[in-house]
Design a protein around this ligand. Structure first.
Ligand code: DGP
Length: 131
């Protein structure tokens, strides 16, 4: 059984901030920023790529509700909401979860950089579009 399934089944402790019949949210043990939260389905799906769409809608709704609550209660200035799918994308726990990372300053613990091409390659974009 995976570590998040064990948390959901209350076999190991975690700071659970929300749960209903389908969804559970816990404080991330790493706390990248204050209030860093993980929202996950109670049933085991490996990543967003495997999660049934109806359940995914519910998880996203809970994520929005908790994001608003966390931003307001912790007085954050913004929030990053993200999920990692598969090892290549940095997923380390193979039970689908969405990170809620409240933001306070640009230098608060999360470094998120999009290293895009500053001069758009129109031919390349056309090629991708065709795929
Ligand atoms: P990811 O790299 O997207 O798979 O993120 C996994 C996160 O899960 C990472 O930020 C640390 C957190 N985490 C791992 N094990 C535990 C645990 O046992 N308890 C809690 N609360 N968080 C955990």
């Amino acid at each position: 059984m995976c570590i998040f399934c064990k948390i959901i089944n209350k076999e190991i402790p975690a700071s659970i901030i929300y749960e209903d019949e389908d969804v559970c949210a816990i404080l991330d043990v790493a706390q990248v920023t204050e209030g860093h939260t993980l929202v996950m389905p109670k049933d085991h799906f490996e990543s967003i790529l495997d999660c049934p769409p109806v359940l995914l809608s519910k998880i996203i709704s809970v994520t929005q509700m908790l994001s608003k609550d966390i931003v307001s209660k912790l007085n954050a200035k913004g929030v990053n909401v993200l999920t990692n799918a598969k090892e290549a994308a940095g997923q380390s726990v193979m039970h689908f979860h969405i990170h809620i990372i409240p933001r306070y300053t640009e230098d608060d613990g999360l470094i998120l950089k999009f290293r895009g091409n500053p001069t758009p390659d129109v031919a390349k974009i056309e090629k991708i579009l065709k795929k």
